[in-house]
Design a binder for this molecule. Structure first.
Ligand SMILES: Cc1cc2nc3c(=O)[nH]c(=O)nc-3n(C[C@H](O)[C@H](O)[C@H](O)COP(=O)(O)OP(=O)(O)OC[C@H]3O[C@@H](n4cnc5c(N)ncnc54)[C@H](O)[C@@H]3O)c2cc1C
Length: 317
């Protein structure tokens, strides 16, 4: 079967879950080959990639790959596409992944699909478009299909691959070196999972009522091992930091479970969460538009419902 390149997302040598999801998807369509961009690959990382089906691991360990923002990663992939003629290239639909995908498409004169939430036979992607308002099936008809897949679109499943390592040396153009990374500042990370990658997200809206009351949302999130999100009404009010805003002008999430508490379900909020697998809405207004979208709805005051839910979840632990 033809090779499918999967660009590895990693932090400090630790492979991110989305990469395992992409390897799982790639396995159903061809032979997965992981592409490690930059220095710092570890034995654990190689073992993880092989465990999830990487038949090959292309390692481009040059410091330059990570020293110049995203352009070198696109050049690395373009050179691999030319050398290996893969059936497709999969990247995570993160901000960086999508930029790499776009640049790679230009370099290889190929079509690109972003924000895919599924990928099937013939590389037909299920894609969320127009701010999440419409889901379509799309297929690249020119060049090598390049598909940026949203985190949590598929469940990662282990199935060992050979994990044969192959070193790759890449020649970077001057234009790829136009913007140099001069400093990296590590973001302080709490115990909760990253919002865009979390399998469960609990979000609060204007109905939460105040910054202090967000502890109710956090309580449920912690009981479920979830990330916390917020509507723009809540972040604009200063109740929760803007980086946790979900929606058209915030983050796009696609978790297995999304719990919206005190959120009306405005189109701009939906744009960021409607591809969640299961949506639960808690709202005191039975006419709230969020119920049109929800798989399960609770009509009630979130200040009563959410703490009870948290207690029930904690009891089952
Ligand atoms: C260009 C543009 C971009 C935007 N981008 C975003 C975006 O990225 N993300 C986003 O979220 N919004 C965005 N918005 C704003 C969006 O239009 C809505 O105004 C916003 O989503 C509303 O937030 P909300 O649902 O929390 O508040 P509201 O619409 O005020 O809804 C609050 C809900 O809480 C319920 N409620 C109140 N009290 C309780 C209680 N005690 N218990 C249970 N339920 C209760 C109410 O019944 C109501 O349904 C954008 C708007 C524009 C114009």
């Amino acid at each position: 079967m033809s090779e499918i390149l999967v660009l590895v997302e990693q932090v400090d040598g630790e492979v991110k879950k989305v990469t395992l999801e992409l390897l799982t998807l790639a396995r159903s369509l061809g032979t997965p080959a992981a592409v490690w961009a930059g220095p710092g690959i570890t034995a654990e990382a190689k073992a993880k990639l092989a465990e999830y089906g990487a038949d090959k691991i292309y390692v481009a360990g040059s410091e330059d790959i990570v020293g110049y923002v995203v352009a070198p990663k696109a050049e690395l992939l373009a050179q691999l596409v030319a050398a290996k003629s893969p059936a497709a290239v999969l990247v995570a639909a993160t901000a960086e992944g999508k930029e790499v995908a776009g640049r790679l498409a230009v370099k290889t004169d190929s079509g690109v699909i972003t924000d895919a939430v599924g990928l099937g036979e013939g590389f037909v992607a299920e894609q969320s478009i127009f701010g999440g308002g419409v889901n379509v099936h799309a297929k690249v008809t020119r060049g090598t299909p390049i598909v940026a897949v949203r985190p949590n679109s598929t469940a990662p499943e282990a199935a060992a691959g050979a994990g044969a390592e192959e070193e790759v040396s890449v020649t970077l153009s001057d234009s790829a070196k136009a913007a140099r990374v001069v400093e990296r500042v590590k973001q302080e990370k709490g115990a909760r999972p990253e919002l865009t990658e979390a399998a469960i997200v609990v979000s609060g809206g204007r109905g939460v009522g105040s910054a202090e009351n967000f502890s109710v949302i956090e309580g449920l999130a912690d009981a479920l091992g979830a990330a916390v999100g917020a509507s723009r009404a809540a972040t604009d009010a200063g109740w929760y930091p803007h980086q946790f805003q979900v929606g058209q002008t915030g983050k796009t999430v696609s978790p297995q479970l999304y719990i919206a508490a005190g959120i009306s379900g405005a189109i701009q909020h939906r744009a960021g969460m409607q591809t969640a697998k299961t949506i639960v809405a808690i709202n005191k207004d039975p006419e709230a538009p969020i119920f049109e979208l929800a798989d399960y709805g609770v009509v009630g005051d979130l200040h009563q419902v959410v703490p009870q839910l948290t207690d029930e979840v904690n009891k089952r632990k």
